[in-house]
Design a protein around this ligand. Structure first.
Ligand SMILES: [Zn+2]
Length: 346
């Protein structure tokens, strides 16, 4: 038998909790619409809202606008215009324009962001190509804490709009792809996710630049995507949260990591309950979203973190962290309401 055909079924007999709906209403602070999930383009917005209602997602944050102003405007027209209280759309940066603007690129990007806000953007999304692929007018890789970008971060602060930033990726994507790589199967499926260092910068150097960025702009609110971009090391994220009150984190696409270290995760959630945002990254997807609720709410043990045949991020299972109600409320919606300056849930 080949490894890819091996799909063992655990024979444990332990409680299996059905989390059809969350204990409290939810803001999904990290997700995407039809640019990342093209099947949504042919669905009426009302049908998308039905899917969100099924799992009590009241507000849905769409980061697709980070891919381009055309997408941002299309999504504002299609979603925001249809259900203004249900959708929040983020703008972004067109890095390909760096050579044209040279050392003044930061000013130019800030001006574009002002325009995006005028159209209706409620935050700024920075993709992981920043720190990995983005280059300046000399063809040099731009570091995450490059001071030439200060005008952009300060403009977000001026509007009091958050910057949701994803740098680097799972640590194993930076390691050699050999028999010791815990993401080997995932990297076989997605070879372009490998950022083996060298030639890419080491994982930790990107994360240190990220910490320097957040520290250098205390007036700017940053949301570190995917548990502060380092879900394998909650102690590292925790000390950064302690040092930088302007930092939040989302948990999108990382219950696989959080749920395999349930003791550390539970301590992390209890300690930083005011700074953690719910997010999934999986589109309007009731089945997948319910696994997030199961992870956050229950004491269930050793269950699958995604609905696929073979778990996508690695062959392990996860454990629920049974958060208390006050923490759940903060993570599910209270922190997001404060961050997006919303007075109530729709
Ligand atoms: Zn995402």
């Amino acid at each position: 038998m080949q490894l890819q055909d091996y799909k063992p079924i655990p024979k444990l007999v332990t409680p299996q909790t059905l989390t059809q709906r969350p204990r409290f209403p939810v803001v999904d602070a990290h997700n995407h619409l039809d640019n990342l999930f093209p099947h949504l383009a042919s669905m009426p917005v009302s049908a998308i809202l039905d899917q969100l209602d099924e799992v009590d997602i009241r507000v849905y944050v769409d980061l697709d606008g980070g891919w381009g102003e055309e997408i941002l405007r299309r999504h504002l027209d299609r979603y925001k215009a249809t259900a203004p209280e249900r959708f929040i759309h983020f703008g972004g940066v067109d890095w390909s324009q760096w050579p044209e603007h040279g050392d003044r690129f930061g000013e130019w990007a800030a001006a574009r962001f002002r325009q995006q806000v005028a159209w209706g953007a409620q935050g700024l999304k920075i993709w992981k190509n920043f720190g990995l692929h983005v280059t300046d007018q000399h063809g040099e890789r731009v570091r995450v804490n490059d001071p030439r970008l200060s005008p952009l971060w300060e403009t977000a602060a001026e509007y009091q709009l958050p910057v949701l930033i994803h740098v680097a990726d799972p640590v194993a994507f930076f390691d050699p792809i050999d028999e010791t790589n815990e993401r080997w199967e995932e990297l076989q499926q997605n070879p372009d996710w490998a950022f083996t260092s060298p030639p890419f910068p080491p994982f930790l150097s990107i994360l240190e630049d990220f910490a320097a960025l957040v520290t250098a702009h205390p007036r700017t609110t940053f949301i570190g995507a995917h548990v502060g971009c380092y879900s394998e090391n909650l102690a590292w994220v925790s000390q950064l949260l302690e040092r930088c009150p302007n930092l939040y984190v989302d948990i999108a696409a990382r219950i696989s990591e959080l749920g395999r270290q349930p003791y550390s995760s539970r301590r992390f959630f209890l300690k930083h309950a005011d700074r953690i945002l719910f997010g999934t990254d999986i589109g309007p997807n009731p089945e997948g979203t319910r696994i997030y609720y199961r992870f956050l709410e229950t004491e269930d043990e050793y269950f699958r973190y995604d609905p696929g045949d073979i778990p996508g991020q690695g062959r392990w299972n996860i454990y629920g962290i049974y958060l208390p109600d006050d923490v759940l409320k903060k993570v599910y919606h209270q922190n997001a309401l404060r961050l997006f300056q919303l007075s109530t849930l729709p």
